[in-house]
Every structure is written in C-alpha cells, then in structure tokens.
Design a protein around this ligand. Structure first.
Ligand SMILES: C[S@@+](CC[C@H](N)C(=O)[O-])C[C@H]1O[C@@H](n2cnc3c(N)ncnc32)[C@H](O)[C@@H]1O
Ligand code: SF4
Ligand code: SF4
Length: 441
C-alpha cells in the first residue's frame, strides 16, 4: 500500500500517508509511540501476523497474548486507512519512508504553454531547450513504477501540448495501485475526445486552474476566452468520470472576489483548493503579490472564521526534499518552489531518482529542522508553523536558516486567530502545543 511517513519531532513521533490531491502535503494520521513504530517496521510484506507478534513480544518482554488485541486493533485501523493491507503471498515493501527516494513526485513535461499568465511561476511560453522526449520518459517511467511516489503528477507549462507523452505516462503509471496519479492543466485544450483518451489511459484526477468566478475576472489573469474553454474542459473531464479538483490562485487582481471565487470553484468541481500567489517566475516583483494580511485572509478562508476546526500536529520543518520536482529539461529539484540553479540535484538523463538522495545537498536539506533556523528557535508557535517554507526563506531572504519572510506573519496571525476562534478541540490542542513548546526553552 502507500508507504507510511514517520516524522520525529522533539514533541513526539507522528505517522502520515500521502494525500491524493495535495502534492506537497501529507495527512498526518496520529501520534505513535516506539512500539507502534516498531510494528510498522516489521510490516514489510515478508512476515506473518504471528511472526510480527512474536518479534514485538520479544522486544517488549510481554507475552504475545498480552499484546495481541492491541496489535489487531491498530493493524485493522491502518488497513482501513489504506496504510497496510493483508497479502496472500509474501512480497517485500518498504514499510516506512526512509528518505532514500522521492515520497511524491511532479514531472513537468514541457515549458510550452498556450496561455501567458502574468503570474506564471515557471515563466511558461516557449519550450525549454532540450525538453524530455519519449526516449527519456521510457526509462523514467520504469523507475517511477518501482519507487511508486504518490501523489504523482504531470505538469508544465501546459502538459496537454505533449498529449502523447502524457497518455504514455498515464497508461504506464495509472495502473500502479499504490500511486495516485494526476495532471495539472488549464483544461483549455480538453475536448470531449481528449477527456475520453485521458480516462481510457487510466486518469481519474485532474487539477484544473480556475482563477475567477466570472469570465471577466478569470480572463483578466489567464487571457481572453480562457474562462469559457476551461469551464467546458472541466465539464468534459467530469462527464467521462474524471474527478476535477479546481485550483484557484489568488493574487492582487482577483483578491477582492475571494469569497465569490471560493463559492464558484466549490460549485463547479468535485473538490477545490484556494491558494495565495507565490513570488516565483513572472510573479516576482510584480504588483500581483499579496500582503501578509491578504495572504492570511486567503489561508483563513478555508475555515469557518467563528469556529476554526483543524488538526494541530507538530511540524519540525516543511516537507523539503520529499516531493522532488522534475523540470521539463529533466533537471531535478528538491521541490516545486526550489527550482533554482544552486538547488539542482541532477538530471533524469544522467541520475536515477535514488542517487539524488545521496547527494550532500539533499542530505543537508533533509537534515534541516527548526533548531537550525535562526529566529524560529525560540518562537512559541514554531511547532505549529514548522518555520513555514524553506523555499520562500531562500528565495526572498537568501538563506535556508531564517524564518519564512512570506508566511511568518501569516502563521502568527493564524495561531492567534485559532486561539481566539478555534473550536474547543482545536484551541485546546494548540494551547497544549504552545505550552509544551514553552517548557522546552
Ligand atoms: C505552472 S501550472 C502548470 C499547469 C497548467 N498550465 C495550469 O496552469 O494549471 C501549475 C500550477 O501552478 C500554479 N501557479 C502558477 N504560477 C504560480 C505562482 N506564481 N504561485 C503559485 N502557484 C502558481 C498554477 O495556477 C497551476 O495551478
Ligand atoms: S500558469 Fe499554467 S496556464 Fe498559465 S502560463 Fe503558467 S503554465 Fe501556462
Ligand atoms: S512564526 Fe515565524 S518565527 Fe515562528 S516558527 Fe514560523 S517562521 Fe519561525
């Protein structure tokens, strides 16, 4: 099944597994103790229930009968969550993500685009020199099949300009049971036939950008006539049975319509996400960027402002290094936000996806924690925020070891608001987290 992610923080150890829709996020399931972690390590597909129970009994010094009920309950819970499964035949699986391979993965298949969005993070338009071809993608797909990163997504530019490559990847990878496969697209090129081809290739999830609730607002950002085509593309995709996750990007131009856009994307798609623009590519230095206050409002707009309900889980750092990003020319970076020459980890034409995990650079990035970040080290909400995004820290502040200049204030405001307006459980969890953090000083 999907490899579990175990994250250790000074406040405890937490277990998570990948989220289908959010490439850069994972859902934390629960806090676990040492014996639960050990149990997971033994569940590697080669042992029976009895053998694992025996090993746990030896480790804990307790008789098998004393631990069997707890074991069964925990295992069945994880089976229900899709983290474990029962197998008839033994076959090895890596039980816990061990930071030697990608956890999730995004591949841009081209930098060419039929649109010219003024905020485009990848400055799409013309293709890059030396973009990946089928000859490069065939061996890459073989590696991905073995490593099973999930969620896995193709992106661009506009990936449907290279439809043949997209279809080839989906035909190969969608059948891999352990992977959730999706496409990032503006959907303007999705015809009825194209939607059917994508479905026939195995695609069941498309993330479609919708940046306005009206033609006027959307087209102002994405170009004349795009709203109509995108909405039509979404309908074609949904008609054939592909789940559409509408992704709305909020910048200065459409910020005044934040609540209308949220209501609109909720209506037209199967799920949705609303995120603030990030200072990357064309957005850098533009008047499209949002203030901290506006970013806070965008982030908060996902919650009921009078009764914030959220899982409060300690984070020791962001997910740097877990979701590598492969650019259209094959260069590999630690994540989408870290596509900078100094963070190039290799190229898929020369390096395999495990090799990049052995580089000094990747080791340094994976080793970063809050204690390395000057300015976060003594912050009361540091385990709520995790130092936010290391990519932002580097892009804006030119250091991996400073607080995220874009979202530091946003997290502080979110924590404050949650303490004031969180529902009982959320508020108590955050208060407890802050109290434990203070005790550590
Ligand atoms: C680079 S696009 C490629 C896929 C496709 N062309 C599209 O627009 O959906 C992938 C995602 O990045 C988002 N994006 C583009 N520029 C961004 C920026 N400056 N900050 C944050 N997200 C951005 C897009 O809205 C889209 O959801
Ligand atoms: S955001 Fe997407 S649609 Fe817009 S220019 Fe960039 S790649 Fe093209
Ligand atoms: S709120 Fe700011 S100082 Fe505190 S942990 Fe987050 S980035 Fe660091």
């Amino acid at each position: 099944m999907r490899t579990a992610l175990v994250r250790k923080t000074p406040l405890g150890t937490y277990l998570g597994f990948p989220h289908d829709f959010m490439i850069e996020a994972f859902t934390i399931l629960l806090e676990i103790d040492e014996s639960a972690e050990m149990l997971l390590t033994f569940c590697d597909g080669t042992r029976t229930r009895e053998q694992i129970l025996q090993l746990l009994a030896e480790e804990s010094g307790e008789p098998v009968e004393a631990i069997a009920d707890g074991f069964d309950e925990f295992v069945e819970y994880l089976v229900g969550e899709g983290v474990l499964e029962w197998r008839e035949e033994p076959s090895y699986i890596e039980p816990i993500y061990n930071e030697t391979r990608p956890f999730s993965l995004t591949v841009a298949l081209t930098n060419a685009c039929n649109l010219q969005c003024s905020f485009c993070a990848v400055e799409a338009g013309p293709p890059l020199q030396n973009e990946l071809t089928l000859d490069d993608v065939v061996p890459l797909v073989e590696q991905i099949k073995k490593l099973k990163p999930t969620p896995f997504a193709v992106s661009g530019g506009e990936p449907l300009l290279k439809k043949e490559l997209v279809l080839f990847m989906f035909e190969e990878l969608c059948p891999v049971r352990e992977m959730s496969v999706s496409i990032f697209t503006n959907a303007t090129l999705v015809t009825k036939d194209c939607a059917q081809q994508l479905y026939d290739a195995g695609l069941r999830l498309a993330r479609v950008s919708v940046d306005g609730h009206t033609e006027q607002v959307h087209d102002a950002l994405r170009g004349k006539g795009t709203f109509r085509k995108t909405i039509q593309g979404i309908n074609y995709l949904r008609d054939v049975g592909i789940h559409v996750d509408a992704a709305a990007l909020i910048c200065r131009t459409n910020y005044p319509y934040l609540s209308e856009i949220r209501a609109f994307v909720r209506e037209i798609a199967d799920s949705y996400a609303v995120t603030p623009v990030y200072p990357m590519g064309k957005a850098i230095g533009s008047d499209l960027l949002l203030s901290s206050e506006e970013r806070f409002k965008v982030r908060l707009s996902g919650f009921d402002p009078e009764r914030i309900q959220a899982a409060i889980i300690p984070r020791d750092v962001c997910i740097i290094g877990l979701p590598p990003y492969i650019r259209a020319d094959g260069d590999i970076f630690p994540c989408f936000y870290m596509q900078l020459p100094e963070f190039k980890l290799g190229n898929v034409r020369e390096n395999d996806l495990c090799e990049i995990y052995r580089t000094d650079l990747m080791q340094e990035l994976l080793g970063l924690t809050l204690t390395d970040i000057d300015g976060c080290r003594n912050c009361d909400i540091r385990y709520f925020c995790g130092g936010a995004c290391r990519g932002s820290a580097y892009r804006v502040g030119k250091s991996l070891r400073i607080p995220d200049p874009i979202d530091c204030e946003v997290y502080k405001a979110l924590a404050q608001k949650t303490l004031e307006k969180g529902d009982e459980n959320t508020r108590e969890a955050l208060e407890k987290l802050i109290a434990s953090t203070r005790e550590m000083k």
